[in-house]
Design a protein around this ligand. Structure first.
Ligand SMILES: NC(=O)c1ccc[n+]([C@@H]2O[C@H](COP(=O)([O-])OP(=O)(O)OC[C@H]3O[C@@H](n4cnc5c(N)ncnc54)[C@H](O)[C@@H]3O)[C@@H](O)[C@H]2O)c1
Length: 358
């Protein structure tokens, strides 16, 4: 029988909750032992400790020393993944990092090299690859059913409370391209099966700064060309109104010589309206809560599945060695690097007002 993987979480903020829920339910199945978590903020550490009954530590170093995880997941702000990943790799830990892997190309390369040197497994949480609709598009393109992919569009937009209320402290160190864009940069690169070669982008950095004192981009609009000739437009922003029916609005379309795919990944057809919330649409493909026959609560959806997959991948490499690549749709270090190169290129293009070769 497989031994449970000893996991530790680093960063117990808003998205950390998804990691806690996933590992807590995997522990019930015997796949995981959630040995602890590291969180800098005392209040937040106390909250999660009470909620999940898992020991909380003030730093990764303390967690490594006292709880001895064999794998960690990084759910800290975008610009802080690099030092955490390097410390974990040096201590011989397998790593799942939230997207973006790092906000610099050098950082990604350093993380990849450190993981190779330490002989540990590295995965980036690009969960849009686990969305069944994206998988259908990927399979269709791969099988040649869409012909040669020629062009397409993707958009991902968050409601304005994300940069101004969720994390105004670190939104200036991020951008809609880092927080949202990399998701679609990765999944479109994966679907069209080709590497990005150049980017031209424009963007606005005015509204959030002037109206709310949060100095970050309002939107980034990037045109990226791939080596196979496919030309893609990406529109990402985090300024859509509070009244919008979900926190995120997103979708994509891909047009090829023999077919097309149009995917509305925000509205999966479930709508609701209450006096309390107003009109809402639900993306149950991403995350859903349900009860089993005994009334116990479980979580599902691609947001959970990609984190679960990390555990299965770690089990695989523990059994077969790092050279035996686990099957599946997961994104590794090179995928993380490529998405980062696209985002870095987009920001450079805005700054230098020219096409950037990737
Ligand atoms: N996959 C997704 O769809 C998705 C969704 C939301 C966020 N994210 C990513 O998850 C990451 C976290 O986002 P969030 O919304 O949870 O942010 P957050 O600010 O709510 O939480 C981050 C937490 O990390 C803690 N932290 C920072 N540095 C730390 C360190 N060195 N050691 C321990 N704790 C540390 C902070 O105190 C904070 O509580 C970001 O990279 C974000 O892009 C991914």
């Amino acid at each position: 029988m497989k031994q449970p993987v000893r996991i530790g979480i680093v960063g117990a903020g808003i998205f950390g909750l998804m990691h806690f829920r996933t590992f807590t339910q995997m522990a019930k199945r015997g796949d995981v032992e959630l040995v602890g978590f590291a969180e800098l903020k005392d209040e937040q550490r106390k909250l999660r400790q009470e909620e999940f009954g898992v020991p909380g530590f003030a730093s990764l170093g303390e967690m490594i020393e006292k709880a001895k995880p064999e794998a960690i997941t990084i759910v800290t702000p975008d610009h802080t993944h690099r030092p955490v990943a390097l410390e974990a790799a040096a201590a011989g830990m397998h790593i799942l990092t939230e997207k973006p892997m790092d906000v610099t190309e050098e950082g990604c390369k350093e993380i990849i090299a450190a993981c190779e040197k330490a002989g540990v497994f590295l995965q980036v949480d690009f969960h849009k690859r686990y969305d069944p609709d994206h998988q259908a598009a990927h399979e269709a393109v791969k099988a040649g059913k869409v012909g040669v992919p020629l062009y397409g569009q993707a958009h991902m937009e968050d409601r304005i409370e994300v940069p101004i209320e969720w994390f105004p402290q670190w939104a200036p160190n991020s951008s809609p391209a880092w927080f949202l864009g990399v998701h679609f940069f990765d999944v479109i690169r994966w679907i069209v099966g080709s590497e990005p070669v150049q980017v031209f982008a424009t963007g606005s950095r005015k509204y959030l700064k002037e109206q709310f004192g949060v100095d970050t981009f309002d939107c980034v609009n990037a045109k990226i060309d791939f080596a196979n000739g496919c030309a893609f437009s990406f529109d990402v922003s985090w300024i859509i109104p509070r009244g919008f029916e979900a926190v995120v609005n997103q979708g994509c379309r891909i047009v090829g010589t023999k077919g097309l795919f149009e995917i509305d990944t925000q509205d999966r057809g479930t709508r609701a309206c209450t006096d309390e919330t107003g009109m809402r649409t639900y993306n149950n493909n991403f995350f859903r809560e349900f009860k089993d026959k005994q009334g116990a609560t479980w979580y599902g959806g691609y947001g959970v599945e990609s984190i679960e997959d990390f555990v299965y991948n770690v089990q695989h490499v523990k059994e077969h060695g790092l050279d035996s690549r686990p099957a599946g749709v997961w994104a590794g270090g090179f995928d993380g690097l490529q998405a980062t190169r696209m985002a870095v290129g987009a920001h450079r293009s805005i700054e230098e007002k020219r096409v950037i070769t990737l």
